[in-house]
Every structure is written in structure tokens, then in C-alpha cells.
Write a new protein. Sequence first.
Length: 366
Amino acid sequence: MASRFNMFSSVLETDKVNLLSYWDKNLICRFANKEFFKLIDKPSEELIGKTDLKTLLGIAYDLHYPYIKSVLNGHSQNYESEIYLQSGERYSIIATYYPDIEDGQVVGFFAHITNFKQFTAQNQDTELRIPYLNGESKSVQNMIIQNNKIYEVAGYLKSQILSNFPSIEQLADLHFISVSKLMRDFKHAFHTSPYLYYRKLQMEFAEQYIEKTGCSKKQISMMLGFSNPANFTSCFKRYINDRTVEKFNSDFAKDINEKNKILITQFPLAVAMLDKHMNYLVVSKQWAFDFRFTNVELIGQSIFNFFPGTADDMEKVRTKYLNGGITLCGGEYYIHGVADNRVLKCIIRQWYTEAGDLGGLIVYSI
């Protein structure tokens, strides 16, 4: 969900009179901008994922509840009301709520608070202005609408897994968005293209259907519209392999310790873990077997020391490493074996520590 908030970076840094926050359907705060934290005088660690809106609003909650209820039913809200701070200060505000809709369900809402006026003894009885959508609110509203369209596209693709993939142009027309914006925003939200997202959905369905019904891959390939069962088999095999690698990578990144080193050693594929200087940290038994390293001490030595000069793709990795560090090295490569002319196709990806720091590379055979 964090990727949804990236679109508000300009609001966060430049608007000093706007409060922007996100509340899930249980009214727990999941995001807020800097000005929000300043006003309520709480650090982010006390608010994000912990504080509910009823507690935060206190005695003013009943004033806002009808609008909160309506936005959770999928209806945008714009109204003028009041908030009370723990310091005792009282403000009149204009609040605008936008529902966050995913797969046809409201999963939360964005709250945009503007037009702050502090009540004083002199202006306490001043007549409140009629609610309106100012230009700033419309800008935020437009960003949220465009963001929700991408999730509508994803939801539509889920409904089409037993049909042929609609063209990108059709997707754009159906959701009233340009092709370029569709591709850019979809990549930003899901880290893949609409077509690859659709294929992954099909493979997830196929895996579950085969497990539940015991049908053959040929039968499921016909159900999913593959003209050639061999094409389905190839896609399904890559999906299972990628999922296995992704799960391993995710589990490993949580905590790099002795337990995980045992895990990578026993991993059924050829896998090597490198530090930021391209030195071996740990390798699987399959890696040692495939590359004839069973009697070679690898740990602490550079991966470049163990491959012949004819390994062109390994030379590409070396060049990228020297030019820009390990951040440039991700991708697919063909790596030559040491003892013979065999070639293994590998995926090279970065791994990160639990703190989120770049730790090095993991090389997987595929």
C-alpha cells in the first residue's frame, strides 16, 4: 500500500497548510504527511499503525462520524467542521474524504484537511463558510481518482483470466486513461506490466485449480485459452520457479543469520549469496555441484575468480559492478561452468538487510 502514497510527494513537501492522511477500513492511520504530525504533536511511530481515528478526534468524533461512515460506503465527502487538539486549541476546518477502492471494495480513505482557522474569544461566533472544493482539494482528488483507476484495471484483469488478454488500448479506453499513463502508473503500483500481471493471475488460478480438481495441465491450458499446451507448461514452470525464488528471497531478507545460511545451503536450486564486494557469503550444495566447486573453498573469495574469461555475461556483470556497483547488476545472464562447456542461465538480484540496506547479490540458476 505504501506505493499509493508516493504520488503525494509534492503535497508532503510543499503544502504547509494541508494535512493529508490515510485511514484503513478499521480507522487505523496508515499514512500522514509531516504537517499532520506537527499539528497533533505526535511522532509517526506513535500514530502509524497504532492510533485509531476515534481516539485521535476525541470529543469531536461524533461530529465527523456521519461523513466517515459515508466515505467507507464509497461516497466522497466535503464538509466544514471542527477539530480539538490535546493542547485545548480548537480549529474550524474543511475536510474532504476520498474512498480508496480496490477490487470494488472500499479498503480505506484519504483525508485532506484545509482552511485552518483557530477559534479565539473574538471570532468564536463567526459564521462558518459554505463548504467547497478548492483548487488544492481538486488536485488531490484527481490524483486519488487516477490512482484508483489503476486498481480498477487490476480488478478487471482478474475478471478476465479465463478470457483472452484485452489489448493495452482496450484497457486504456475502458478506464478512460491514456496508454502511456496506464503503463507508467501500473508499473509504479504493481512493479510489472498489465500483461505479466494477467499471466501471473492465470498461473495462480491454474495452480489452485490443479490442486483442487486434479485436472491435467493440458485441460487447464485449454481452459485458460492457450493454443499450445507446451506454452502453458513453459509459463507454469517459470511461475513456480519464480515464486519459489521470491519466497526464498523474501524469507532470507527478513534476517540474515545462521539459520538462513543453513536454508540457502540446503536450497534445491543452484544459489550463491554475495556481499557488496562480490565475495561469496554462502552457496547452496547444488551451486557447488553444478559448477564443480565441491572441493573448493569459496567463502570470502570473489565470484570473478572462479569463471573463465570466455564467460561473456559474467564479464558484463564485472563491468557493471566496476562502473556502478551492485545496483546495476540485476538481470538474467548465461554463466559458463568451470570444468566443462556447460552454460547455466541465472537470475541475479539484490538482497537487502532487515533494516532495508542493500546487502549484496543473490545468483539463482533457472
